[in-house]
Write a protein that binds this ligand. Structure first.
Ligand SMILES: Cc1cc2nc3c(=O)[nH]c(=O)nc-3n(C[C@H](O)[C@H](O)[C@H](O)COP(=O)(O)OP(=O)(O)OC[C@H]3O[C@@H](n4cnc5c(N)ncnc54)[C@H](O)[C@@H]3O)c2cc1C
Length: 376
């Protein structure tokens, strides 16, 4: 659904120049933006779009910077998403009618610049449930559909209703239904449409708590800490458990710079998984619905002895082989290229031993735009 253009750009608009991006990416990588602006209202987007077109500038969008690797200074405009706002919508106000008639569902429209975990906490306080398993994922709301964020058995796909998009090539805004976003494991249409910026996300949350604790350590943690029958567990208790488990398992980027999982869990055929298991009986893998198997990438990396490795200021986290880190106490900050060099060594080692090519999860940027690790 297309909307009319009613936000003419401010002709006096100009970006800042030479802005340091180190504090804006959770790997704390050194990089500078030649031009930089904050997007606080839709008119900023129109202004930035016209500026880039007039100056023939490259551009990139940054949210919380928790899923990017900056390998160089950016020779263009870095736009920092800050569009805020939370609004409850009636079913009649939606761009795409609800697929099911469920009186328990409530619709929450959220600006792309809102902080994801603050939204999770706020939604539970409002008695609107569904986000609790996605607690403590860093970053902003607008980035959530980009890789269909997921954790502890829940993905954004379970609660997304629709997304408002700004096309940076045309300046047009339109709405996509959740289905049109083509959400899949760490994937969406936005990875194939590089000009589409998410400006607003509408979630379908439930007034009726639906508890999902059969994934990972949540049930065991709840049993050890609150010890009540599972039918009585509240979404807030699930959130508290997820937060406690994540704090134990994952390094906090404020202390040890990182972007969470550096590689996606590879999905392979049952035959391939069995072939690996014949040599590595302890293989950690999960059956999928479509005759495929998802293998724990961290387990593969761990078997090859990479956990705890460090060199030249970058390394593999000592408790989590899937998380590459910038060593906080290293005298010199490493560059994104040094980190990607380590990632390439891990990819090659895993491929040699298991015959599986690990795909990189975060998005990689060089001085003019996005790059692939294979191009380095
Ligand atoms: C400690 C840690 C734990 C993590 N755990 C998880 C986890 O459990 N599950 C999970 O899925 N992820 C996890 N992540 C990854 C990350 O938090 C998510 O991918 C998050 O959604 C990124 O949000 P961001 O705002 O920081 O995006 P950024 O890093 O700023 O951007 C990521 C990419 O999305 C694009 N982008 C950002 N905003 C928009 C927008 N509004 N419109 C269009 N494109 C946009 C950017 O251009 C970039 O290409 C973790 C990261 C860390 C550091």
């Amino acid at each position: 659904m297309e909307l009319t253009l009613n936000n003419p750009a401010d002709t006096d608009w100009a970006p800042q120049t030479k802005v340091d991006l180190q504090a804006f990416n959770t790997l704390s990588l050194p990089a500078q933006a030649a031009f930089y602006c904050q997007l606080q209202q839709i008119s900023d987007l129109f202004a930035a779009q016209q500026y880039c077109q007039a100056q023939e500038l490259n551009w990139m969008l940054l949210g919380g910077g928790s899923n990017v690797v900056l390998t160089d200074d950016f020779n263009g405009l870095v736009m920092h998403m800050q569009l805020s706002g939370k609004n409850w919508l009636t079913p009649e106000q939606l761009h795409h009618p609800p697929a099911v008639d469920d009186d328990n569902l409530v619709y929450l429209s959220v600006g792309a610049g809102e902080h994801w975990d603050e939204l999770v906490a706020w939604s539970l306080d409002q008695g609107a449930y569904g986000l609790q398993n996605l607690s403590l994922i860093p970053g902003l709301v607008g980035a959530a559909p980009i890789q269909n964020i997921g954790a502890y058995g829940v993905e954004l796909a379970h609660v997304l209703h629709e997304v408002m998009v700004f096309d940076f090539a045309t300046g047009k805004q339109f709405s996509l239904s959740a289905e049109q976003c083509e959400l899949a494991y760490r994937d969406s249409i936005f990875k194939r449409q590089s000009n589409w910026l998410v400006v607003n996300v509408t979630l379908a949350l439930s007034r009726k708590p639906q508890i999902q604790i059969d994934y990972g350590d949540i049930a065991a943690h709840l049993e050890a800490t609150v010890s009540i029958p599972s039918a009585q567990i509240t979404p807030q208790q699930v959130r508290d458990a997820v937060i406690a488990i994540r704090r134990q398992k994952l390094p906090d980027p404020a202390n040890i710079p990182n972007v969470g999982s550096f590689f996606k869990n590879p999905v392979v055929s049952i035959d391939k998984a069995e072939q690996i298991r014949s040599q590595w009986p302890q293989l950690v893998a999960y059956k999928q619905t479509n005759q495929q198997v998802k293998i724990a990438a961290g387990w593969l990396i761990d078997q090859l002895g990479w956990r705890g490795y460090n060199k030249a200021g970058v390394g593999v986290h000592k408790h989590q082989a899937l998380v590459l880190v910038q060593l906080a106490n290293s005298p010199n900050k490493s560059t994104g290229l040094e980190l990607l060099n380590l990632a390439q060594q891990i990819q090659a080692d895993v491929e040699r031993h298991f015959g599986i090519r690990l795909a990189v999860e975060p998005r990689l940027f060089a001085n003019t735009g996005e790059i692939s690790i294979d191009a380095i």
